[in-house]
Design a protein around this ligand. Structure first.
Ligand code: 13P
Length: 293
């Protein structure tokens, strides 16, 4: 069933914080969406489906929204829709009007004052339409579609700045920079991600009433994820590992079926690849069997 993201977080997320984290899985096409929803149904848990600006550029805002919403309505578990890393305020507004219940405005690359100004304006628009807004404070390493920040520029989130940002903007969920890295780069082992658990704890103490979001979580080991959840992370974003699962299974299938030209045949293993990764993450984030019968 398609739900508003706020239904996953009654009482400012007190049901979640310190216990488990909802996954926010990125999708860009029908097959990835099918794999994610199939995993959520098998694990009996709600999930957040999210789309980046790159995914929207690839497939179109309306098309992607319709794919996700159509499948979410039919799903046996609650599914909430979120727009990830929006730089373009007009596109985020169109998404809200279409029916996304949550959008992320990411102006973390601007000055603190500009980030507050733009995020606050988005919160005013979104709340008027009944939608939630995620803001970001601090800057992350790596590249995720249009987000590209060099190591030198990377800026971990200062907990007192997170508090000032939250109080000035009224965001509903908050992304911060705590050492993780966006994208495939860290999977190559060329750069090391270090998750600053103490910093998460301090941010959590500074802003106790907002669900915290961990971006760039592909490749973060399960024991570190567990500590991040205990420290207060309530949503964990995963994109890269889903893409790897999709591509790996597709490659394996085509290598053993070099003459196959029917996408319906070779995309099924790719859907299964996404599903297997998503199920692993749901276990790691401790959300399996969240829905009580
Ligand atoms: P990964 O690239 O680590 O999967 O992170 C995805 C993400 O944070 C999307 O916002």
């Amino acid at each position: 069933m398609l739900v508003h993201i706020k239904e996953l977080f009654p009482e400012n997320g007190k049901n979640v914080i310190g216990k488990f984290a909802y996954p926010a899985f990125n999708t860009m096409n029908l097959e990835t969406t099918l794999g994610i929803i199939s995993a959520a149904e098998e694990m009996n848990t709600p999930v957040i489906l999210e789309t980046s600006e790159g995914a929207i550029k690839y497939a179109g805002l309306e098309t992607l929204y319709e794919i996700m919403a159509t499948l979410a309505v039919k799903a046996k578990v609650p599914i909430a829709l979120h727009m990830d890393h929006g730089k373009n305020a007009e596109q985020l507004k169109r998404g809200i009007e279409l029916g996304y219940s949550s959008v992320m405005i990411d102006h973390s690359g601007l000055s603190f004052e500009e980030n507050v100004r733009d995020t606050k304006a988005m919160v005013e628009f979104a709340h008027n339409e009944g939608a939630w807004v995620q803001g970001e404070i601090g800057r992350m390493r790596g590249s995720e579609d249009w987000v590209s920040v060099s190591d030198e520029e990377a800026l971990l989130t200062d907990p007192s700045e997170a508090k000032r940002f939250f109080e000035a903007t009224g965001v509903d969920t908050l992304a911060s920079s705590v050492g993780t890295i966006h994208g495939i780069i860290k999977m190559s082992g060329k750069v090391q991600a270090h998750v600053d658990i103490e910093r998460i704890q301090k941010i959590r103490e500074a802003v106790p009433n907002v669900p915290l979001v961990l971006h760039g979580a592909s490749g973060v080991p399960d024991d570190v994820i567990e500590k991040a959840i205990q420290a207060g992370i309530a949503i964990i974003n995963i994109d890269t590992e889903l893409r790897i699962g999709f591509t790996h299974e597709l490659r394996v299938f085509l290598a053993s079926h070099p003459d196959e030209v029917d996408p319906r045949k070779y995309l099924n293993p790719a859907i299964e690849g996404v599903k297997q990764v998503a199920m692993k993450k749901l276990k790691s984030f401790k959300t399996q069997n969240l829905i009580k019968s």
